[in-house]
Design a protein. Structure first.
Length: 394
């Protein structure tokens, strides 16, 4: 955008503000028409292609996310990253690449404030970090100075509207059939992985195997799950307002969900004391629950969950917590991103023998395929269900 266009857009902005003050503001299609007419008046010699481009940019700035709006409209973009309020990167097909978008720090902060203002959130030197959700469900995270040393940083993570099937995670027919069978028949499953590995997406995919007659309550810090089922209650945590009041944690919501007659709980991610409440729920009849956790592999999940429960100040010791984990969860599914592609790397069963709790591999990725290592040994949680098909583990 050159200085002439910038000055033109500033004049049109001024005219729009004058219309608002005079009660003549428009919205929707009429807003575009109003902006087009104002641009025509301010720059009658503008070529038609440039006129259309300026109108589009102004519409995005007034009701959208300005220069970032076209990126969010691109279905191939899964993440948008703004560094120091200037350079912009996107993730496409699991790979990060720069894009030629012009931004400045002031515009970056203004775009964030437009989103968070109606939500009762703030972003300033006293509260320099904010998380919010866009109307389309995308997750926004912003950090400004003094914490962001070089300038405001913004990250917007988008989610696949149509979901991804198990084949999209590199899961073959046999392990996919087993996972669907296990979820449908009440296995409690932990999905592990690193940041952006695809944990939430995989959790969403697995939930598709839940029978449609069951009532599910989802609990998340930022609502991302969109389960393809009819009887779903979605709960979302809330940060404190500018006065530090009104906050509702994931742990609060787990406790509230237990009073909502759920057949299953789906906790988007356990990061703290809510891990203990989820263990309690899974150990008291809420079979078929799902959650995700940050971990580096199926073997690391036990230590990760144990640490989270201990952080809840329950008074329990490590061995007792590991025993609770073994009682609460049946399977661990680990997902990772390799060469820009998200793949299930391992499926393991949590077992306890002689007082020792461990995760035994059922399927491990070898080269391009998940290879069977042996059948599960745990009894199913629902007594009317037999053993899984032995052919899946050959």
């Amino acid at each position: 955008m050159g200085p002439v266009d910038a000055a033109l857009k500033q004049r049109v902005h001024g005219r729009l503000l004058a219309d608002v003050a005079g009660g003549a503001a428009a919205s929707g299609p009429s807003l575009r028409e109003t902006i087009a007419e104002l641009v025509r008046r301010e720059a009658p010699l503008l070529t038609e292609p440039r006129h259309s481009a300026v109108v589009e940019e102004l519409v995005h700035e007034v009701v959208g996310l300005g220069p970032l709006q076209p990126l969010l409209a691109d279905p191939t973009v899964t993440e948008v990253m703004v560094n120091a309020g200037r350079s912009v990167y996107v993730e496409r097909a699991g790979r990060v690449e720069p894009v030629p978008v012009t931004l400045d720090p002031a515009t970056t902060v203004r775009l964030v404030e437009r989103i968070i203002g109606p939500l009762g959130l703030r972003l300033d030197r006293a509260a320099p970090v904010v998380d919010a959700r866009l109307p389309d469900g995308s997750r926004l995270h912003a950090v400004i100075p003094p914490l962001a040393v070089d300038g405001p940083c913004l990250t917007i993570r988008r989610f696949t509207a149509g979901g991804v099937d198990l084949a999209g995670f590199g899961v073959g027919a046999a392990p996919a059939a087993y996972l669907r069978w296990a979820v449908a028949h009440g296995a409690n499953v932990v999905v592990s992985g690193s940041t952006s590995a695809g944990k939430t997406t995989l959790c969403n995919t697995l939930a598709g195997a839940v029978p449609p007659t069951e009532r599910i309550v989802t609990i998340e810090e930022t609502a991302e799950l969109h389960l393809p089922l009819p009887h779903v209650i979605r709960l979302e945590a809330r940060l404190p307002n500018a006065e530090g009041a009104g906050g509702v944690t994931v742990r609060d919501l787990v406790r509230a969900a237990l009073r909502m007659r759920p057949d299953r709980l789906v906790v988007g991610e356990v990061r703290g004391g809510e891990a203990f409440d989820l263990l309690q729920a899974c150990n008291t009849g809420h079979d078929g629950s799902l959650t995700t956790v940050h971990a580096n592999g199926i073997d690391a999940v036990l230590d990760r969950l144990t640490g989270l429960v201990l952080s809840a100040d329950t008074g329990l010791r490590g061995p007792a917590v590991r025993g609770l984990v073994a009682e609460a969860f049946d399977l661990v599914v680990h997902v990772a991103r390799r060469d820009g592609r998200r793949r299930v790397e391992a499926i393991g069963e949590i077992r306890r023998a002689g007082g020792v709790v461990h995760v035994a591999p059922l399927f491990i990725r070898v080269d391009r395929d998940l290879v069977a290592f042996g059948p599960p040994t745990r009894a199913t949680r629902r007594p009317d269900v037999g053993a899984p098909d032995a052919r899946w583990f050959r």
